[in-house]
Design a protein around this ligand. Structure first.
Ligand SMILES: Nc1ncnc2c1ncn2[C@@H]1O[C@H](COP(=O)(O)OP(=O)(O)OP(=O)(O)O)[C@@H](O)[C@H]1O
Length: 321
């Protein structure tokens, strides 16, 4: 086995954080592309030290048109490398990225749950994180969207999603695959400009790397990391305030005075929790309700959607339908 800097990276990461504890049952989401191939090689190489039970899952979205060849490539590799493979074929052709992703996570998470895999692992990198942050930034997302891709997240009571390559760049996984001569599957969709994310990957990030910061993937990923901790803290505080301010006798009423005493950032977050029943909740709707904090009895917002509006009722803001 060749011990590379990425082997050292992963081994050290897992010793510092119990993302993939010894003897866990791992299911790796495997596209056959450079990132998941790199991670598969790393996990296989570290397996003797960590005693994992390792399998891969491949999802054929029936798109692009040669996706069946991708599935065949993965099946061949699994056979050569003697790895358990679970294959899924989409019930219909899945086109959009979001649709594909939702289906993929659903089937892999169900499989993990049914077959006792404790961890669903994906090969997202710092470059994916940078792309996601930029993508959400230009759409006007708040901090929560900018924290972009968490290291781990509970999917069910049993299954945790883990992304151990989040501090690695795509350039590193590419070098790794090239040096070890691994058979990368090149997904033709990655060059397709219909997908706006690809423009970020193919045009925007290379431009930023050349003219602003050669390490821009890492820099933006680090921003996401910092934001993640801030969001986690603020969300906990908002939960506390929400519980304290909610009328125990009527969950559609929240105490204006208690909210007004809190910083603006917590006011917004707490109102978001309060306004949870409203479909398509967005910044503008939250701002409308925020105005009621300082309003008079019976002041009311316009319709917030789904037949809901909010009004001042003595010391409360109340949601009415
Ligand atoms: N068809 C698939 N089947 C199973 N898992 C997948 C599939 N496509 C992606 N994944 C998982 O989701 C992760 C992120 O997917 P994304 O589409 O952003 O990257 P990708 O370019 O496909 O990554 P890779 O370089 O591994 O191909 C991948 O690293 C992989 O772990």
């Amino acid at each position: 086995m060749v011990w590379t800097p990425l082997h050292a990276y992963l081994h050290t990461l897992l010793r510092q954080h119990p993302y993939l504890p010894p003897r866990s049952r791992l299911l790796l989401g495997f596209s056959g592309g450079q990132d998941s191939l790199c991670l598969l090689q790393l996990l296989r190489d570290l397996q003797p030290k960590w005693h994992w039970d390792l399998a891969i899952a491949h999802c054929d979205h029936r798109w692009p048109p040669d996706s069946h060849l991708n599935a065949q490539h993965v099946a061949q590799l699994a056979q050569t490398w003697q790895i358990t493979l679970h294959s899924f074929l989409a019930p219909k052709r899945l086109k959009g990225e979001a649709e594909g992703r939702t289906w993929r996570y659903q089937v892999m998470s169900d499989l993990a749950q049914q077959q006792g895999y404790t961890h669903l692992v994906t090969a997202h990198t710092a470059s994916d994180r940078a792309e996601t942050l930029l993508y959400n930034l230009v759409r006007g997302s708040g901090m929560d969207g900018l924290q972009a891709l968490l290291w781990q997240r509970k999917l069910t009571d049993i299954v945790t999603l883990v992304r151990p390559l989040l501090a690695t760049t795509r350039a590193q996984t590419q070098t790794f695959c090239q040096e070890l001569n691994l058979p990368i599957w090149n997904d033709s969709m990655n060059q397709d400009y219909h997908y706006r994310r690809n423009r970020l990957r193919l045009d925007v990030l290379p431009y930023l790397r050349e003219h602003f910061n050669p390490q821009v993937d890492r820099a933006i990923a680090q921003t996401a990391e910092l934001l993640q901790a801030d969001v986690e803290y603020l969300e906990k505080q908002a939960q506390k305030l929400f519980i304290a301010a909610l009328n125990p006798e009527n969950v559609r009423q929240i105490d204006r005075q208690k909210l007004a005493e809190a910083p603006l950032s917590l006011q917004r977050r707490t109102l978001r929790l309060f306004l949870n029943p409203i479909p398509g909740l967005n910044y503008t709707k939250i701002e409308q309700v925020l105005q009621l904090l300082y309003g008079n009895h019976r002041d009311r917002t316009e319709s917030l959607g789904g037949g809901w509006s909010a009004e001042v009722f003595h010391r409360w803001i109340q949601l009415i339908q």
